[in-house]
Design a protein around this ligand. Structure first.
Ligand code: N01
Length: 551
């Protein structure tokens, strides 16, 4: 085997000593990093080290501890499916799992598969450089530890680089401020506090109702009004738990057959196949059932603006029905983009929260934030909102942010930041040309954030594992995407996006529009997970077509 000289450093249950040479390095110990470690170590027998910035496993669920943090995928689908035993022994308690329960699950996985002994916690990777002569990635952490490995796999998540807007005056604010993705582990007690929250994406929509219950007053600063569907979260019934236990294989089959990896099909009917009354009744049933299934009521919601308008108008009507103050309802329902063309949130009492006496909505489209003052937030009309705390629910430098915050350099020292200056360029979202043996789990150009995340994560991890096994079984040491394959994939991914309404929203984070100066490129692959899986399988079956293999 090409890597047989690799050392297998001694291990301890308490975590790892620093530095060393391995067959593979994995950056990140969330959903993807944990499974990648398991596959490479326990299936292929490789020496692997996972480098994780946090002091524990969990990734997104380690950091995002904000009030109300909960997954928008249903619990029975938001988990690994690679292990029958794991599926059978874990039981979720609610329809949508909360942050603490998901973190418990990932800790259980880490223990069950004995993963911790190969994870180095508190190890933030700052640079990774390809050494062409040795055919090794050389990786350095913030504390100066040095690692080397033939294969480098980023498992850094798509939404892990916090986006804190550059609003003048923040440094002078006398209260406390928080970003939802870097929430204090000990929690924050908002009792009796005047809280301002900026942002009304999925996170802000989850956090507002919970913060409003504790705070003396909550002021929500809304720049773009958003749709939201009631989650209808509830404890799982014994019947549903039994159904899940008895139908794992079937549930998984559905998840693998659908474009978004969720455990439900998209109805094969057009909005215009039914009468307006029938359509309204269908939307009503979906509204009452709650959750992301609302999007699955018709096949043309995401491709036909006129079809989408019917869903959009239904939801706007619901907002106006729920919110008692007509002026507030008008600001909340003044939504400027098609339904689900930005990631659609689901909520528990979000719009209802604006009926509380201690909640105020500020319309930043009418009066943008001018600055943060020592006492609070001042908008351009001169109003100063006095605050004890500011919550930034302002999202992430998505998909490319976590990769580009590291200094990754490929062949001839090519910086990834340079290669992606005009936006990310990948083959299958798995590799960039000029970066041999570097794999990006759920990288830009793959379905990733458009899906129920464990599905694309498992598919990528398994594909990468099979690919490395293929190389090793043939005595090969390297694999690299060709520039032609990258160009073809970028063109195909653009076509897939342009066939939908998704790229039509100018302020979407899918396009990088939430981060000033970021190139406007539609980043995820919109062709659907099932189709993507088939393409990846075909590429592998053809001897890794579009890649150069060598060594
Ligand atoms: O972030 P977002 P998020 N001044 O970027 C506003 C996943 N997720 O953390 O739309 C004022 O969606 C911004 O306004 P605008 C999910 O994939 C999953 O909520 O840019 N406002 C927007 O309202 C989700 O999509 C789950 O005009 C500013 C908000 O901040 C993704 O994470 C839960 C501003 C940011 O919304 C990101 O969601 C939560 C400024 N300078 C999240 N800058 C689960 O499944 C930004 N905004 C549990």
């Amino acid at each position: 085997m090409p890597d047989s000289t690799t050392q297998h450093p001694t291990t301890s249950a308490a975590g790892q000593g620093g530095g060393g040479r391995f067959d593979a390095l994995v950056i990140g110990a969330g959903f993807s990093g944990l499974y990648q470690l398991h596959c490479l170590r326990d299936r292929l027998g490789l020496s692997v080290r996972v480098l994780e910035a946090a002091e524990g496993v969990g990734g997104t669920w380690y950091w995002n501890r904000y009030p109300g943090a909960r997954c928008d995928s249903e619990s029975h689908s938001y988990c690994y499916s690679f292990s029958k035993e794991l599926l059978e022994e874990w039981e979720w308690s609610e329809r949508y799992p909360g942050q603490a329960e998901i973190l418990r699950y990932l800790n259980h996985v880490a223990d069950r598969f004995d993963l911790r002994r190969d994870i180095r916690f508190g190890a933030r990777v700052v640079s990774a450089e390809w050494d062409e002569t040795a055919e090794l990635w050389r990786v350095v952490t913030q504390s100066g530890e040095r690692y080397a490995a033939r294969f480098l796999i980023t498992a850094v998540g798509c939404l892990s680089a916090a986006n804190i807007p550059d609003i003048p005056g923040l440094e002078d604010f006398r209260g406390r401020w928080y970003h939802t993705g870097q929430w204090p582990h000990e929690g924050v007690d908002f009792t009796g506090k005047r809280v301002g929250m900026i942002g009304t994406g999925s996170t802000g929509i989850q956090a507002a109702p919970v913060i409003a219950e504790a705070a003396a007053h909550l002021t929500v600063f809304q720049r773009t009004a958003n749709y939201s569907i009631p989650a209808r979260n509830a404890p799982l019934t014994p019947e549903f738990k039994r159904y899940v236990r008895e139908h794992h294989a079937e549930i998984r089959r559905v998840m693998h057959a659908t474009p978004n990896g969720h455990p439900f099909y998209i109805e094969d009917r057009s909005v215009f196949d039914v009468t307006p009354e029938e359509r309204r009744a269908i939307y009503e049933v979906a509204w009452q059932r709650g959750g992301l299934q609302f999007r699955a009521t018709f096949r043309d919601l995401l491709v036909d603006k006129a079809a989408n308008d019917t869903a959009a108008e239904f939801i706007r009507g619901k907002i106006r029905e729920v919110v008692k103050n007509p002026a507030t309802a008008a600001v909340l329902s003044d939504i400027d983009h098609p339904f689900a063309a930005k990631r659609p949130p689901i909520d528990t009492n979000y719009f209802e929260t604006f009926n509380r006496d201690n909640v105020t909505l500020v319309n930043l489209r009418a009066t943008p934030i001018e600055c943060i003052t020592p006492r609070g937030i001042r908008t351009r009309d001169g109003t100063e909102y006095a605050l004890d705390a500011i919550v930034f629910a302002t999202g992430f430098d998505a998909m490319t942010g976590p990769l580009l915050r590291m200094d990754i350099r490929g062949r001839d020292g090519l910086p990834l930041r340079e290669a992606w200056r005009a936006g990310p360029q990948t083959y299958l979202g798995l590799q960039a040309a000029g970066f041999p043996n570097l794999f990006t789990i759920t990288g830009p150009g793959s379905p990733s954030v458009l899906c129920n995340m464990p599905v694309p994560i498992e598919q990528h991890v398994e594909w990468i594992t099979d690919c490395i096994a293929h190389l090793r079984s043939r005595g090969l040491t390297r694999i690299e995407a060709t520039p032609e394959a990258v160009d073809r994939w970028v063109a195909h991914a653009n076509d897939a996006a342009n066939a939908s309404l998704l790229p039509t929203v100018p302020h979407s984070w899918y396009l990088g529009a939430n981060v000033p100066g970021k190139p406007r490129v539609f980043m995820p692959y919109a062709g659907g997970m099932a189709r993507y899986r088939a393409i990846c399988a075909e590429v592998a079956a053809r001897g890794y077509e579009g890649f150069t293999l060598g060594g």
